[in-house]
Write a protein that binds this ligand. Structure first.
Ligand code: GLU
Length: 377
């Protein structure tokens, strides 16, 4: 589908949208010291209120806690000490929410603060609860404003950047679109022109530069990774400049702004999104060519006879990454066996391993219903 048509059919009809706003946009260097840009925040609120009138739901993912906290404490650069970062974020998060509250009160809209860590998305029940909570906030007429819970996040609990948090939120909510607002006009080609449309992310990886702003995390490469997660789920993502006037309402009217990342043909359901694109795998298994063909080409379950390698510690019900003999990522799925059990039965047929494990054994290591092939032929 060409970009103009896609923008019209997908973006102008999108009912539920996640909008991520980076620190660089939320802070201003005007005046003696940089601080939260109340004018910018008001302009976002105005657009969100307008969209609400059109019956559309906007969920905001707002960075800026660390930046705001540093500024008010006179700290010159993003702290590298974990406790300091957490403490600064605790102060900044409150300031950030005050600004959002002030901006939305003009429209009599209450803001709801939702702060999350990476582990909230690893757990299936919590993943579903995030969706329920955010949806309820909308039903109650509120505006959910999400951020990473920087105050408790230590490395293994971290998203690292809000681009990823926004993509996972969009997938959890089954939002129709993700809009990543940044300080540049979109993904730029070598000549500096905005790329209008991306359908295969792999072709553009070389164009993204790493690097983030003074207070925030993430850069164009994390935006592309985030966009890919949403594309893979079957929804659209747009990377656009938050400095363009009325960018949210214009993008959602189908105007040609920013870079549109095309949705994959397959639309994943909620369970598939969680298995394939959200939960972090607890272990990896390698499988032989026969099993690869069976799961990738013939739509079969994964059997123990095809398993050749096991790494990691996992229990029944955990998400596993499945790799081919050459190491290619093939699929993700929920295992019926723990790592210890699987070590006993790998390479064996079920008639052989029933003796080892007793009659409670499952034929499948990963049942087809719990398996998502990542790149179906
Ligand atoms: N959660 C961080 C903050 O509020 C921002 C992370 C990011 O820049 O992506 O400061």
């Amino acid at each position: 589908m060409p970009s103009t048509e896609l923008r019209q059919t997908v973006l102008s009809t999108a009912k539920s949208v996640v909008v991520k706003i980076g620190t660089q946009l939320l802070t201003t260097e005007d005046g003696d010291r940089p601080s939260l840009d109340a004018g910018f925040i008001r302009r976002i609120a105005k657009q969100v209120a307008l969209l609400r009138k059109q019956g559309r739901r906007v969920t905001l993912v707002s960075s800026g806690a660390v930046g705001a906290g540093c500024v008010s404490l006179g700290i010159e650069k993003r702290p590298s000490d974990l406790a300091e970062l957490q403490a600064v974020a605790a102060i900044g998060q409150r300031q950030l929410m005050t600004e959002w509250h002030k901006a939305f009160s003009k429209y009599k809209m209450a803001v709801g603060q939702v702060v999350l860590t990476r582990t909230d998305f690893d757990d299936r029940v919590r993943f579903l609860n995030i969706r329920n909570c955010v949806n309820k906030l909308h039903e109650l007429g509120g505006i959910p404003v999400l951020n990473e819970n920087d105050t408790v996040a230590v490395d293994e609990l971290r998203f690292g950047d809000n681009d990823l948090l926004a993509a996972m939120t969009a997938n959890a909510l089954r939002a129709d679109a993700l809009l990543l607002l940044t300080a540049v006009d979109g993904l730029l080609d070598e000549k500096g022109n905005v790329i209008d449309l991306i359908d295969d992310m792999a072709a553009y990886e070389g164009l993204s530069r790493a690097g983030s702003s003074k207070w925030g995390k993430g850069g164009m490469s994390t935006k592309l990774e985030a966009a890919k997660r949403v594309m893979d789920a079957g929804e659209v993502a747009v990377i656009a400049s938050g400095r363009q006037e009325d960018v949210i309402t214009r993008v959602l009217a189908g105007e040609r702004l920013g870079t549109v990342c095309m949705p994959a043909v397959r639309k994943m359901d909620s369970r598939q999104r969680w298995i394939a694109l959200t939960a972090r795998p607890s272990g990896t298994i390698g499988i032989d060519d026969g099993a690869t063909k069976a799961i990738c080409e013939r739509g079969k379950s994964l059997l123990a006879s095809g398993v050749t390698q096991i790494t990691g510690r996992f229990d029944r019900g955990d998400v596993l990454l499945v790799r081919s003999e050459t190491g290619k990522e093939l699929a993700r799925g929920l295992t019926n066996y723990s790592a210890e059990e699987l070590r006993l039965i790998m390479g064996k047929r079920s008639s052989q391993f029933r003796k080892v494990l007793g009659n409670a054994a499952y034929d499948e290591v990963i049942h087809r219903d719990n398996l998502v092939v990542l790149d179906p032929a």
